[in-house]
Write a protein that binds this ligand. Structure first.
Ligand code: ATP
Ligand code: MG
Length: 562
């Protein structure tokens, strides 16, 4: 076949197709799965796995299942299941009618475990987890065999069944695979297959009181779904021999030749970001953020609320690629992906986030003149809208310096700038309050300089954005910054005290009108409408908005900060 692989995982898949392994698999197609644990919301790291699992299946004409790995009832919730489904759909992928749960396989797993006990490949352990740990040994030192290791099969079988009847407390009995306490791979030193959990399961209720461990459940679930390629992250590389060991027993038990193949790639780590679900949940539960979808969160719903498009997230994942090496990717790559996509899509408007008043002293009293503005110069046919100009405006405080620094080409006394899409103005003086703060910038305008008028495009160095004070709409603008200042952030890092700064901004009427009438778009109408506040940043409408109180989230500044 023609090679279309774009990374090593896809190369492996092509090898298996060429070797006939895929054709010989249960569904005869490349079959992958995305297996989240429903104990939290999906984050940008999961997006990397989702793009691989669904993307590779689609590329080779296969299918990808969504499988919820619900083997630990005490941490799971249906709220998470619903959110996971929504986020995968938002990213642009679909599992069709193949939504599965590891709990669908509890009976088959149980049967396999009994088969292993009967074959002398598993036994019921009665030691505590501390004792088991103390006997594990080290990679260079063999472990010690459990005193229960060679107990009669009948005894293990009886105890295993009673483990599930609630006869024993949590943390007492476990089922262990009987493999090799001296194996250099620690995962072979009689790993635990089952433990007791007496917490009702969100799908199976109290049917089960003994639950399979990840290593036993995962590969067997793959097997039962006919998965050809079980793609996961690097930390599972050391589990692969055990994965293959259990899969072989399963194949033997079922009388098949087929086993799924595990392939590992490097997980996503992002600068200035902590991705652990437990940490994210703690922040939500302690009220440190506005919820799982807080725009500062690395969750997919957080990024969506922040104004990221799913296209930007997918483009970012394509940029970073898949390797076998641990890496820390810069969050600026994610931000640049958002800039590139929003540049094509966002509606251009003017909004002033740190306003100072500007009065045009030679403007005819009470006069309002309309100026024509492009909705989006990057998008053909996006049209124009009108913006009112008057004698009292707001401009950005940073765009004026009374005593200009070198290379300051914005507004200063006696100098000219263009107000974007409108007139050239010249500063003649300032008014100040008792503390010396500038309260009003006084200017004159050149009536012959209106943008678009023949001969009016006289060159001046600076161009500023502005709004008409009388027409502008005050809105709440939430300015977001990284949650951590530390590039290599960990759960112990200090959070950025300025990760969310709330200000009152003034937006032009067209922006407020759109935000009121079409606040949401995207799949399921879930994305906040995207704007570019010209010269400043991309913003989107937040779900907290009401027609009387508009709220905008800063997605990302227009330019990468240095
Ligand atoms: P966390 O460590 O954040 O709690 P997890 O690995 O426990 O995440 P799961 O729900 O088990 O989360 O993950 C589902 C799939 O997503 C797994 O295949 C896992 O390898 C993958 N995944 C999780 N985090 C990342 C990441 N940062 N980069 C790439 N893939 C990831
Ligand atoms: Mg996990």
């Amino acid at each position: 076949m023609e090679k279309i692989s774009s990374n090593f995982v896809e190369e492996f898949i092509e090898e298996d197709i060429a070797a006939g392994k895929v054709a010989a698999s249960p569904t005869h197609i490349v079959h992958t799965r995305f297996p989240p644990e429903p104990n939290g919301y999906l984050h940008i790291g999961h997006a990397k796995a989702i793009c691989m699992d669904f993307g590779a299946a689609a590329k080779y004409g296969g299918q990808c299942n969504l499988r919820l790995d619900d083997t630990n009832p005490s941490r799971e919730d249906t709220e998470y299941v619903d959110a996971i489904k929504e986020d995968i759909h938002w990213l642009g992928f679909d599992w069709g009618d193949r939504l599965f749960y590891a709990s669908d396989y509890f009976q088959e797993l149980w049967d396999l475990a009994e088969y292993m006990i009967k074959k002398g490949l598993a036994y019921v352990e009665e030691q505590t987890s501390e004792q088991i740990a103390a006997q594990k040994g080290t990679p260079t030192q063999p472990g010690v065999e459990s005193p229960f290791r060679n107990r009669p099969v009948e005894e293990s079988l009886d105890l295993f069944r009673r483990m599930n009847k609630g006869e024993f407390e949590e943390g007492t009995l476990t089922l262990r695979a009987k493999i090799d306490m001296a194996n250099p791979n620690m995962h072979f030193r009689d790993p635990i297959m089952y433990r007791i959990i007496k917490y009702p399961h969100h799908r199976t209720g109290t049917t089960w009181q003994a639950y399979p461990m990840y290593d036993f459940a995962h590969g067997q679930s793959d097997f039962l779904e006919g998965i050809t390629h079980s793609i996961c992250t690097l930390e599972f590389e050391v589990h692969r021999p055990l994965y293959e060991y259990f899969a072989k027993i399963m194949a033997e038990y079922k009388g098949t030749e087929y086993t799924p193949r595990q392939i590992e790639f490097n997980r996503l780590n992002l600068t200035n970001t902590v991705m652990s679900k437990r940490y994210l949940r703690d922040m939500v539960e302690n009220g440190i953020v506005r919820g799982w979808d807080d725009p500062r969160m690395p969750t997919l719903c957080g990024l969506r609320r922040r104004g990221y498009t799913s296209q930007a997230v997918r483009d970012f994942i394509t940029t970073i690629g898949y390797t076998k090496f641990m890496a820390l990717n810069s969050i600026t790559l994610l931000e640049n992906a958002a800039r590139a996509d929003l540049n094509k899509k966002a509606t251009r408007v003017m909004g002033v986030i740190n306003p100072v008043k500007l009065t045009i002293t030679n403007w005819p009293a009470g006069k309002v003149e309309m100026c024509e503005m492009d909705n989006n110069p990057e998008e053909e046919g996006s049209g124009k809208h009108e913006m009112p100009f008057s004698g009292e405006l707001y401009i950005e405080r940073e765009d004026f310096q009374e005593v200009a620094e070198k290379k300051f080409f914005r507004l200063t006394i006696d100098k000219e700038v263009r107000l974007k899409g409108a007139f050239i103005i010249k500063c003649t003086g300032v008014e100040k309050d008792a503390e010396g703060n500038i309260t009003n910038i006084l200017c004159t305008y050149d009536p012959e300089s209106k943008s678009g008028m023949p001969g009016a495009e006289r060159k001046v160095k600076g161009t500023l954005h502005w709004v008409s004070a009388q027409h502008a709409v005050p809105v709440e603008a939430r300015l977001y910054n990284n949650l951590f200042l530390d590039e290599e952030a960990t759960t112990d890092s200090q959070r950025n005290p300025d990760s969310e700064v709330v200000v009152t901004a003034y937006v032009e009427p067209y922006c407020a009108e759109l935000a009121k009438t079409q606040p949401f778009h995207g799949i399921n109408n879930k994305e906040g409408y995207n704007f570019q506040f010209q010269r400043i940043a991309y913003f989107c409408v937040d779900k907290d908005s009401t027609p009387d109180h508009l709220v905008f989230n800063r997605t990302v500044s227009l330019k990468e900060s240095k």
